[in-house]
Write a protein that binds this ligand. Sequence first.
Ligand code: HEC
Ligand code: HEC
Length: 401
Amino acid sequence: MLILEHGMQNAEPKLFTILTSISLVLIFLLLVNKSLAQNQTLVKQNDKEQLGEQLFNDKRLSKNQTMSCSTCHDPALGFADGRTTAAKKVVSLGDDGHSFGNRNTPTASYAKFSPLFHFDDKNGVFVGGQFWDGRAADLTSQASQPPLNPLEMGSDKALIVKRLQADSNYNAAFKRLYGNDIWHNTDAAYHAMTDAIAAFEKTAVFAPFDSKYDRYLKGEYELTPLEDLGRTLFFSNNNVNCHTCHKLTTSKEDDKFEVFSNHQFHNIGVPQNPNLLALGQVEADFVDTGLLAHPDINDLAQKGKFKTPTLRNVAVTAPYMHNGVFKDLRTVVLFYDKYNNPDNTINPETGEPWAGPEVADNISLDELKAQKLTDRKVDALVAFMKTLTDKRYEHLLEQEN
Ligand code: HEC
Ligand code: HEC
């Protein structure tokens, strides 16, 4: 009895030790498992981004296999179209070798910061989405359009999915990321493709935040006096008005992750581009109605409004505006100044008086009101916009000068 009791007394702490050890092992296994699961999610995410990158650069997405997303959004050229075709970069040539779109290809860099397309009740304006008219709510929906657009990649879902499925690497990657059944349904497989492309577009490759301006904010670069004047003017409340539209509504001046757009829609009175009309792809009386061209919008008060573009990489992604009407950043700044400066009457690119707006209604005149600019101030704003160039494109600025 005694022995037994004694033994029992000993057994309790032993049992306790065993139980503790078991629970420790369990906890350990649980943690390992959790971190494995986290790693797996991470691996999956990386996998998806890599798949997206391959798809972004894959010409098989176009009918005649002549172009990929990167043909028009060249990663070496600020994710814009650098091709010099008959359209002189104003608009992009399609896969059929003769069709042109009717809008200037914007940079796809920093596009991920545009919120879902929505109406902002507080400010009474439409905000966000992708494309100049916001007609794609987000990047996934955006990526589904160019491959099927007859003026762009001109293909169809079934053909694209067939080609992807036939590629053993894609075949396996799609199954791994989207399930073994993914190839059973064309729509699902096509959607998976757009999902992977969007994942790639959300990586830091598209938004490295490493321009001179970003380095200046980190104390790694000193702005020249001209660049600094441009910065002051850009953000100033009573001189110029750029920040009214080209600054996130949520950010403060000199915010670390400023994308230089509030993603709101405005008509700033951009004139028609005679070079676009001369291409003969659109009717002679063609008017780009902007936001009114969004399939869900029929309110005439939205006519002529376009999504405010980011100014990141703007110095290396000429020409400018939805129709590429201006070739030079300096012209853009002078164009804004004409609203406030009665002496500024001539468009330096044409040598003729500024042409009237493509759409004369709904111009955001209140927001465009500012003090007139001097030559130095114009230069300063241009110099500041050049500092918004990602590091890997800085050599393009030098080439230009
Ligand atoms: C033939 C040239 C061309 C090809 C190919 C092309 N794009 Fe575009 N992209 C454009 C044009 C032009 C626009 C603007 C069209 C509009 O606003 O109506 C645009 C707009 C965009 C935008 C919106 C940017 C913004 O700020 O609103 C993104 C993102 C984008 N493209 C990504 C892609 C992806 C992803 C692919 C491949 C699946 C692709 N593009 C293929 C010419 C092209
Ligand atoms: C009322 C809002 C608003 C204000 C104020 C404004 N912008 Fe813009 N900006 C826009 C919109 C909208 C567009 C596109 C218009 C279009 O294509 O029809 C644009 C286009 C541009 C472009 C061409 C970008 C490209 O990729 O094509 C530049 C450069 C630019 N703005 C710089 C400035 C500067 C510099 C200022 C201050 C002097 C300024 N903006 C003030 C809304 C504004």
